[in-house]
Ligand binder design. Sequence first.
Ligand code: ZN
Length: 158
Amino acid sequence: MTALSNFDLRQIRLIKKKLLLFESKKIDLFELIKELNAILNALENISESWKSDFQSKINLLELIHDSIEDGSISRWKGNFKDDLDKTASGLKQMVSILLDEYLKMPDSRITEIAIEGDSKWLICPHCNDAWESVSSDAMVICPKCEHVCQNPRSKLKK
Ligand SMILES: [Zn+2]
């Protein structure tokens, strides 16, 4: 796995944000599909296989959306609401896994180090927010400002 470019990292976070907005019903399905397609097309260095998996999930959302629009959803095999939720959470999971993989290995461009509060807490050097973390990955993301920094508790540390 290659390091994510800053641009891709921003897009990945944006995908997560859009999915959360959809979950909390702040954007509708049409809006979600439109946004996800645009973000996916903008990604720079993400593997083609990841992108095509992601695209096929968006396509399923699109199919559900179109079936709702033209009324054919009544003939949907199974429960379309379940399929919708499952697909949306599948997309969220793909993004989480991608981010988790990225955080495992040190990225030489990341120079700031999170500050250790106590044995459980880390403090973001960027926004000063503290969060509970038990991660031993090379890097951590501040849940508040989403700044990526080195993890002082990294098991890879020399
Ligand atoms: Zn922060």
